[in-house]
Design a protein around this ligand. Sequence first.
Ligand code: FYN
Ligand code: ADP
Length: 599
Amino acid sequence: MESVTVARKQSPTGATEAPATSSAPTNADAREETDGFHLLIDALKLNGIDTIFGLPGIPITDLTRKAQAAGLRVVSFRHEQNAGYAASIAGFLTQKPGICLTVSAPGFLNGLTALANATTNCFPMILISGSSEREIVDLQQGDYEEMDQLAIAKPLAKAAFRVLHAEDIGIGVARAIRAAVSGRPGGVYLDLPAKLFPQAMDAEAGRQSLIKVVDPAPRQIPAPEAVKRALDLLSNAKRPLIILGKGAAYAQADADIRALIEKTGIPYLPMAMAKGLLPDTHEQSAAAARSYVLPEADVVMLIGARLNWLLAHGKGKTWGGKSAKAWGGQKFVQVDISPIEADSNVRIDAPVVGDIGSCVKAMLDRIGANWPKPPSDWLSAIGERKSRNVAKMADTLAKNPTPMNFQSALNVVRDIVKANPDAYLVNEGANALDFTRSIVDMYKPRKRLDVGTWGVMGIGMGFCVAAAVVGNEQVIAIEGDSAFGFSGMELETICRYKLPVCIVILNNNGVYRGDETNWAGDVDGDPSPLVFVKNARYEKVIEAFGGVGLYATTPDELRKGMEEAVRSRKPTLINAVIDEKAGTESGRITSLNPTAKKT
Ligand code: FYN
Ligand code: ADP
């Protein structure tokens, strides 16, 4: 452990004086001391945390400086929400908790959206916020940025802790790490009052107080009878299906998951962030036959995917049910680390509780050469449906309309991603999200990073920064023009850190589309709430920070721009102008949007 220490002289009364800045005692009667700043940094480093995403200010300004001086990478953002999203996706990519550091009350609240999103998505993250004086906050005496942050964070976090004494920092950090990554991962809040940072203590006692967490995410081995029950169900299925979710991607059990799919021969459907876990071009992928396989399957094994709204709650017409909430008749196997996930929406006939790596391995161990491959009529029916959809897609992509539309622009992105399979693809928007998900194939695990369980807008630039920083690869972001607006100011961050990020804005002048008028019929009045400034020149914004801004109105221009961005690795924003009439309300989830009559 590298311990950064400060020297403090003891006064005759025994009280300590202000810390000197050297790392060694300055004279004979000085003893080696450390303080809250250094203990926190040491505790993080001791646990292999090498990056902090955050935004400096009272009371954590010096913490950011000292962390950087101590060798941590400190990535400083323009808004805490984006730093929080960056931390959360860094957690997803690395299985280590992503750290977001903020100031008190408003900064904390800005980070809280990302913390709640991390908890919802099962991403491991720790939001560390400075806070005001407990004595004043609890008596509501009006402190600077007064807020009972711990109480506010609790319902939105998997766990929340406050540390009041320097000697407890090691425990606070250890508890936060364990809570974030063990079991079902999630967001953890760590509250550090301003007074904690300069608190001094003996350096050796400080060193002793730190904890290197042993086995932070212990394996959870499934019960053999649960594995047997699941395989019995699956092997007797006539029309089996496997659904891979982002929990499967998170687990980093890529080779075994692929082996399970290939050994069983069962068709699989990747959820959005599980795309690329096996290459989307894999012959067993049923992605292009989604609306066929869900209602037709008789046994479905979910691996790291919840039966939430994204899977129509496992029932209703999507699943062949006779009415909106009727069960479709499927039997379900659910592989999940959470013992309480099963039966959340429909009956789970064979829950397999454990970590995905261990569960998949246990299944593989029992699958021998005599495993019955799925009936060929099931596979050929899927194959036919797939070929039809793929041919339909190929026809659409071959068109070259003027102006560009989502498909002709994304045809270019599809080629660029194919040529650069290691690149991360960040994706948000409504139509920009939905079209990209089905058009752009992914080839490697954990490369597609998107709006996740909440369908949240605003993850874009934060995810780009994190993917470039912790993934150390080219990042391509496909952004709706509305979605981009939520985090656009982080272009400055991307340029400041010279990150290899190429942002493509599919610009149709508005939310969903850009041709709406004011429903009051007032042509001189305010624009519709759904439209933006027409022909906005988003590419000029990145130029203000020294990045490359490009304007593309044709697929050729877009292709040249993206190729150059990937070649140069320079921060680049391409304003890809598409037809303002392109796009439907809420993309493919129109049904979730209650509508009103226009008059
Ligand atoms: C998919 N498809 C393909 C391919 N991949 N066709 C050809 N080739 C390929 N490679 C087909 C697939 O079979 C579907 O057609 C269709 O494309 C769409 O596939 P997708 O995207 O997988 O399926 P769908 O129905 O959109 O999935 C439902 C969903 C999804 C809820 C999981 O819409 C989703 O993840 N939505 C997130 C929305 C969101 O969060 N929005 C942000 C807020 S927007 P058919 O089989 O013919 O149906 C606020 O307004
Ligand atoms: P998707 O949106 O892709 O369907 P979800 O976020 O709904 O995925 O589901 C992810 C699931 O994966 C959660 O239920 C979570 O408990 C589970 N999970 C996350 N990590 C692991 C792991 N290492 N082992 C087992 N299950 C996991």
